[in-house]
Design a protein around this ligand. Structure first.
Ligand code: RFL
Ligand code: PHB
Length: 391
């Protein structure tokens, strides 16, 4: 088999890249470890920057997002028992974010790919291996239903997430990694109950961080900070709702509607970057190259901007026979990646309870939050980063 770009991983990065390349007339095949249903079953991101929405429009899959996505012009910060609104739209000259689940984005991209008859190999398991990306003949091999397959290609896009095979295939001496692991995780719940507020509430409390988010006017997504060694089995739905309630202000507490969980899981929090993002004809994109803690809502959005840069580089290569985009891919992505890493680390540090800093740390956070909501300059810095820096 031969294609121009072999894409490893059918998460949002891989599917979006496949669609952008298809629109530009560039052949691609996606090879995914899991089944399509498994990929769709993962509950993850919820907040899309304008840049991400524009990309979905560019590849013709934005219609349902425009119909069903919730456009938000602000967020609320809750600290010392009171909520303060950050008017992002006003502070950024009109920019907004759209609340539309990663599951839905993935669904729309999968539907479009299927409708165009583009090839996606699902259920490849752990058989995918990458070859020859440091030379003239890159290839991806995999085994499906007991049969070995080989795809010859010009480029390999490693869109296979943090645990994928792509980054692991690079000689360790060629990689520099940067990592910070936080001493807590997020226990998240999805439930068919109306959201407690119209906008997202990010809460700093003495009991730890909480986030009130949503997927639709009838489906809510809530998170509470828990220690990193916490087990989800220790949390009944009732225990979760009680803990969330204890971290809300009196008005939100009154408005909170509870119900059975559709999903409940714990996500660890980490910051991670692997440099560079290109090795010969292998390009890493999305979580394969970097992880941010979810507090800034940047993971999926960074995946989308990587893929925008990568598709532009490939288009430039095929249309103009220019390697400039390909050669500058890593450097261009990493400039944006590190800004999102900085913002996500800062917002995580500001909003969570850190065991090692105790009450002193809590007081400093409250003082910074007080300054933040009272200063147009500080609020603008938060708003600019939250809605997304320009590409
Ligand atoms: P993914 O989604 O991990 O997809 C990678 C795909 O590659 C497959 N794969 C392989 N395929 C073939 N061979 C192999 N050896 C393979 N190994 C793996 C996997 O099965 C999978 O299908 O990476 P991608 O596409 O780069 O997308 C990244 C995003 O999923 C991620 O950054 C976001 O979900 C992060 N994130 C958020 N991002 C936002 O922008 N806004 C948010 O509000 C937001 N909230 C979140 C989040 C992540 C969370 N968790 C669970 C970590 C909230 C949470 C709780
Ligand atoms: C979500 O809805 O899952 C969500 C929203 C905002 C975040 C992280 C996750 O910062």
């Amino acid at each position: 088999m031969r294609t121009q770009v072999a894409i490893v991983g059918a998460g949002p990065s891989g599917l979006l890249l496949g669609q952008l390349l298809f629109k530009a007339g560039i052949d691609n095949i996606i090879i995914e470890r899991q089944s399509a249903d498994y990929v769709l079953g993962r509950i993850r991101a919820g907040v899309l920057e304008q840049v991400t929405c524009d990309l979905l429009d560019e590849c013709g899959v934005g219609a349902r997002m425009h119909r069903q996505g919730l456009v938000h012009g602000g967020i609320e910060l809750l600290f010392k028992g009171a909520r303060h609104r950050i008017d992002m739209q006003q502070l950024t000259g009109g920019k907004t974010v759209t609340v539309y689940g990663q599951t839905e984005v993935t669904h729309d991209l999968m539907d479009a790919r299927r409708a165009e008859g583009l090839e996606t190999v699902y259920d490849a398991g752990d058989t995918v291996t990458l070859h020859g990306f440091d030379g003239a003949h890159p290839r991806v091999r995999y085994v499906k239903d007991g049969q070995p397959h080989e795809i010859e290609c010009d480029f390999i896009a490693g869109c296979d997430g943090y645990h994928g095979v792509s980054r692991a295939s690079v000689p360790q001496a060629s990689l520099k990694t940067y990592e910070k692991v936080y001493p807590f995780g997020w226990l998240g719940i999805l439930a068919d109950v109306p959201p407690v507020s119209h906008e997202l509430i990010y809460a700093n409390t003495e009991r730890g961080f909480a986030l009130c988010s949503m997927r639709s006017p009838t489906r809510s997504r809530y998170y509470v900070q828990v220690p990193s060694d916490e087990k989800v089995e220790n949390w009944s739905d009732d225990a979760f709702w009680a803990e969330l309630r204890s971290r809300l202000d009196p008005e939100a507490r009154d408005h909170l509607v509870t119900g059975p969980s559709l999903e409940k899981s714990i996500a660890p929090l980490r910051s991670f970057v692997a440099e560079p993002m290109r090795f010969g004809s292998l390009f890493l994109a999305g979580d394969a190259a970097h992880i941010v803690p979810p507090t800034g809502a940047k993971g999926l959005n960074l995946a989308a901007s990587d893929v925008k840069y990568l598709s532009s580089a490939f288009i430039e290569f095929y249309r103009e026979r220019s390697r400039a985009g390909v050669d500058h891919y890593s450097e261009k992505c990493l400039r944006r990646v590190w800004k999102a890493e900085r913002f996500s680390w800062w917002f995580t540090s500001l909003m969570h309870r850190f065991p090692e800093t105790g009450d002193f740390g809590q007081k400093l956070q409250e003082a910074e939050l007080d300054y933040l909501v009272g200063s147009a300059a500080a609020s603008t810095a938060l708003a600019e980063n939250y809605v997304g820096l320009p590409l």
